[in-house]
Each structure stands twice: as C-alpha cells, then as structure tokens.
Design a protein around this ligand. Structure first.
Ligand code: PLP
Length: 202
C-alpha cells in the first residue's frame, strides 16, 4: 500500500471551481429563508438539484417514463436506453472500466450495505481490520459492525481532533496508509484538508 500514496498533508486554499457559476445552476439557491439568501449544507441527507437535472427528470416523466430493463414496449426501451446512457456517462466520469461497474441505488445506506454485504462478505476475513472514523454517520458504521461480527474482523475507529480532522499521527502505519488510500479513492479529500493533496505514485 505504501507505494500507492506518494504525497500527503499539503494544504491548498485555491477554490476548486467557480462557486458563483455553480450556484447559478441551482434555482433553489435563489430562494430566501428567514429573509436571507439560502445556503444549503445538508447534502448528505438529500441534495438540491441543478436546472438541467430538474429538466431531465421532468422530460423523463413527460416523454419516457417506464420500467428499466424489464419491459418490452416502446417506453420501456426508451427508458432503458436513457438509463444505460447515464450509466456510461457516470462510468466515464469516474474512470470505471465498464458501465457494468456502475450500480445506481437509492441512497448512501443502501450503497454501503450493498458493498459490505457483497464485496465485504467475499473478501473480509478473520483478523482483518476495517477502518472508519469517529465522524461517520450510522449508515457507515452499522454495516461494518455487522460484517466484522460475522467475519471475525476488527472495526478500528480513527479519532477526530478539534478541527474535525483525523490526526494521522495517532494511527498505526497500516491504518494511516489505508485511511489515506480510501479517502483518495473515494475522492472526498476536500472535506479533509490535511489529505487534500493525496496523490498516486504508481
Ligand atoms: C452524513 C450522512 N451520511 C449518510 C446518510 C444516509 O443517507 P441515505 O438517507 O442516503 O441512506 C445521511 C442521512 O441523513 C447523512 O446525513
């Protein structure tokens, strides 16, 4: 694992994108709440939609709503084609090898349960460690607790400091490497400035 992570712990204050342009795409952010412009931060629970998503959903209900991958009529074919096109776009965006790797689910809890119950059951064995942090929502604790009990693995909970970051020096070498690797892979580095520059060497 150590060959994978080359450099970490570099801060960057440069904005990653044009915030005003992104805000302008979300009609709901033109609303006011309690007389002030809306700022919405509860994206993990559910997230607001940009104009093009709202338009695509409305377009689907108007012109192509049907079951996906199990109907034989024209609307089902149209919906299935659109669904598969979306899977292809997401696969390219994420750099997946094939759209077969993309599975759409209803939310985070379902997604993590699916990974723990499928990949986890086939790969995690007695004595393995699963690393999470004190910051996790229940959706990212319970599936791993259950898997650890089932497989005889150990759940390691990394602490969070007063800045809301994981003090990497409190982790064992292997836990630190695994933590950085997982964060780099899932791409949430910006939530954790201390690892914002995690890079892959090989
Ligand atoms: C931080 C966080 N993580 C995960 C979840 C679970 O998400 P979902 O409802 O998509 O299963 C929530 C839901 O509120 C959340 O706030």
């Amino acid at each position: 694992m150590s060959a994978v992570i080359a450099a970490v712990e570099e801060r960057t204050d440069a904005p990653a994108y044009d915030l005003d342009a992104v805000r302008a795409e979300f009609p709901i952010l033109r609303e006011t709440v309690h007389g002030r412009p809306l700022v919405y931060l509860d994206n993990a629970a559910t997230t607001q939609k940009p104009e093009r998503v709202i338009a695509a959903v409305a377009d689907c209900y108007r012109h192509g709503y049907a079951n996906v991958a199990r109907g034989v009529h024209a609307l089902a074919e149209r919906a299935t084609l659109a669904y598969e096109e979306a899977r292809g776009k997401v696969a390219r965006f994420l750099g997946a090898e094939s759209s077969e790797e993309i599975v759409f689910v209803r939310g985070t809890t379902e997604a993590i349960n699916l990974v723990a119950g499928s990949w986890g059951r086939s790969n995690v064995k007695a004595g393995d460690e699963i690393l999470i942090t004190e910051l996790e929502h229940h959706a990212n604790i319970l599936p791993w607790q259950r898997l650890c009990e089932e497989r005889g693995a150990r759940l390691v909970v990394a602490p969070i400091d007063e800045r809301g970051e994981v003090p990497l020096d409190t982790l064992s070498e292997s836990a630190r490497e695994n933590y950085l690797y997982a964060r780099a892979v899932v791409g949430v580095e910006y939530a954790y400035p201390s690892i914002s520059q995690a890079r892959f060497a090989a």
